[in-house]
Structure formats: structure tokens, C-alpha cells
Design a protein around this ligand. Structure first.
Ligand SMILES: Cc1cn([C@H]2C[C@H](O)[C@@H](COP(=O)(O)OP(=O)(O)O[C@H]3O[C@@H](C)C(=O)[C@@H](O)[C@H]3O)O2)c(=O)[nH]c1=O
Length: 182
């Protein structure tokens, strides 16, 4: 697999080797040894998630302030614009965002380590989004930052439809009131 650093040092773009043939393709979507080598530490995933969303659905920007989750994310049907925001106060890239298009055809994955807020916008008619997490879902510790907080200035692509948010995400915090990691 190919591993490319992003503007947020610990956020990695991962491109598995895809073996195409007359039948279709094969790829190792996750290999613990190769993954640990790429991130430089031993990572233990405990939960796999799958969500399906229609075009224009925007989920985010989410994190758990305790039981922080590292997430290995990908899109297996359709396409999404995936966004990661560094919310570690001590980080040189605090408040910076990275956006990557993840599609069923580019097979790209993003490693979103603990200490980030994460979200995505669905660009295709429908998208299936899969991700592994390093800690369990803990609703008591769930937090969200507004997708369009002006201080972040995230350049979300125009899908041609209004972003569709959950009730929870409509109530998300602004950056100036959000809780951050050390
Ligand atoms: C995230 C999650 C949700 N749920 C339940 C709670 C709720 O009834 C329903 C939908 O939950 P949500 O609205 O929070 O789902 P969603 O908005 O898709 O939340 C996810 O968004 C992306 C961007 C992330 O980064 C994830 O970590 C997670 O926060 O699923 C679980 O049972 N386990 C989980 O791990």
C-alpha cells in the first residue's frame, strides 16, 4: 500500500494495492502489520462501522472528547469529500483542516488519529462509508463542531443540493466554544 502524509502530520492517506483482473479486483483493505508500520505504532481497532447516506448528507464534524477514537475511513460505494480537523491544542497544525475525496474507484483510505474532528459530505447519489475505530462508541463523550464554522474555512464542494444534517449536527458547537484535546 502507498502511504502519503498530509498537511496534518499524523493524518495519512492510504492507498491499498489493487489487483485488477478479468473478474474484477482484489485488495487487502486492512493489514495490521503494514498499517502499524505506516503509523509507527501499534493500533488496535475494536469497532467497524458502516453508514449509508444520500447525496448532500453531511455528517460531522465529530469526535469523542474521552475514549477518543482513531478512525480508518473509506468509501466503498459512491464518493464523499472527507474532512479532518486537527483539534489538539498543542499541535503545530491546530485548527487546520485536510479534505480528501474518497471514492469507490480510488479505493483511498484516510487514517484519522485520535485528537481530530472528522466529517464527510456525500457527493454521489448515495454513498456507503466504512470505518474502523480504536475505541468504542461513547455517546456521553460525543462532541461536534459546526461544519461551516467560519474560523475553519473548510472549502466543501458544491453538490448542487443543500447540505443535509442530523438534528444533533445542526446544534453543533462553534470553534470558540468547543472542547479540544491537549
Ligand atoms: C457513531 C455510532 C452511532 N450509533 C447510533 C446512534 C444513533 O442512534 C445512530 C446514528 O448516530 P449518529 O447520528 O451519531 O451517526 P453519524 O452522524 O454517522 O456519526 C458518525 O459520523 C462520522 C462523521 C464519524 O466520524 C463517526 O465517528 C460518527 O460520529 O447510530 C451507534 O450505535 N454506534 C456508533 O458508533
Amino acid at each position: 500500500m502507498k502511504v502519503t502524509p498530509t498537511e496534518i502530520a499524523d493524518v495519512l492517506l492510504i492507498e491499498p494495492k489493487v489487483f485488477g483482473d478479468a473478474r474484477g479486483f482484489f485488495m487487502e483493505s486492512f493489514n495490521a502489520k503494514a498499517f502499524d508500520e505506516a503509523v509507527g505504532r501499534s493500533v488496535n481497532f475494536v469497532q467497524d462501522n458502516h453508514s449509508r447516506s444520500a447525496k448532500g448528507v453531511l455528517r460531522g464534524l465529530h469526535y469523542q472528547i474521552q475514549q477518543a477514537q482513531g478512525k480508518l475511513v473509506r468509501c466503498v460505494r459512491g464518493s464523499v469529500f472527507d474532512v479532518v480537523v486537527d483539534i489538539r491544542r498543542s499541535s503545530a497544525t491546530f485548527g487546520r483542516w485536510v479534505g480528501v475525496e474518497l471514492t469507490e474507484d480510488n479505493h483511498r483510505q484516510l487514517w484519522v488519529p485520535e485528537g481530530m474532528a472528522h466529517g464527510f459530505l456525500v457527493l454521489s447519489e448515495s454513498a456507503d462509508f466504512l470505518y474502523k475505530t480504536t475505541d468504542y462508541y461513547a455517546p456521553a463523550h460525543e462532541r461536534a463542531i459546526r461544519w461551516n464554522d467560519p474560523s475553519l474555512g473548510i472549502r466543501w464542494p458544491d453538490t448542487g443540493v443543500a447540505p443535509q444534517l442530523s438534528a444533533k449536527d445542526q446544534q453543533a458547537s462553534t470553534m470558540d466554544r468547543a472542547a479540544f484535546f491537549a
